[in-house]
Design a protein. Structure first.
Length: 211
């Protein structure tokens, strides 16, 4: 059964993924609401996007904490009042630990086909530069459940784009980003419809009710 899924969106930069989610909610294609946006940087433009949409914002600056553990202590405390059901990592450059509160309820999107070109240090254009340097013929993006390590956790959805002979990191990134903007809301909607089941490393997508 579909319900309006309460989202916490975590970001560190411009917030294009947040804006895409807000737009999809606004036009009725996504059964969700963003209850809070948390940023690891006070100057992230994604915070302004949230404010313009009337969404509460909090900043937990990664550089203010000596280690990942204390940073996550602060992040979880900041999120607690907003009672989000799903944490959505949207260009969040710090490691978020799901802990008991969000175990199995954190999504991430990565701009490559996991398990390739992923892990600590693989973000932004670094990913696309590595793809081009490797000579692979396809790339794409991956939505997965996140755990307490970078880019690990069961894969929900993947889609491909070709790697063209004349691609630069910028042109490849643009094609992958367009795909991300389709795939991430699709995965969030599947969560809203309660259609995902994790079986070990595999995520099974259940048919819609009545299908």
């Amino acid at each position: 059964m579909t319900h309006r899924l309460r989202l916490a969106v975590l970001l560190s930069g411009g917030g294009t993924t947040l804006q895409n989610i807000l737009d999809r909610i606004g036009d009725g294609r996504l059964d969700a609401e963003v209850t809070v946006v948390l940023s690891s940087r006070a100057d992230a433009f994604g915070l302004e996007r949230a404010r313009q949409a009337g969404v509460p914002t909090v900043t937990v600056a990664r550089k203010a904490y000596p280690d990942v553990q204390s940073f996550n202590d602060a992040a979880h405390a900041a999120l607690e009042p907003y009672a989000a059901e799903l944490a959505v990592l949207a260009g969040f450059l710090s490691l978020f630990q799901p802990r008991a509160r969000y175990a199995g309820r954190v999504l991430n999107i990565h701009p490559a086909l996991i398990p390739s070109f992923c892990g600590e240090g693989f973000y932004g254009h670094r990913v696309h530069e590595a793809v081009l340097a490797s000579g692979v013929k396809v790339s794409g993006c991956t939505v997965h459940f996140a755990d307490d390590q970078y880019d690990r956790g069961p894969i929900i959805l993947q889609r491909c784009v070709p790697v063209l002979d004349d691609d630069t990191a910028e042109t490849l990134a643009a094609r992958v980003l367009a795909l991300e903007h389709e795939l991430y809301p699709e995965a969030i909607q599947l969560c809203a419809e309660n259609r995902l089941r994790v079986d070990g490393r595999r995520v099974r997508i259940l048919p819609p009710p009545g299908a």
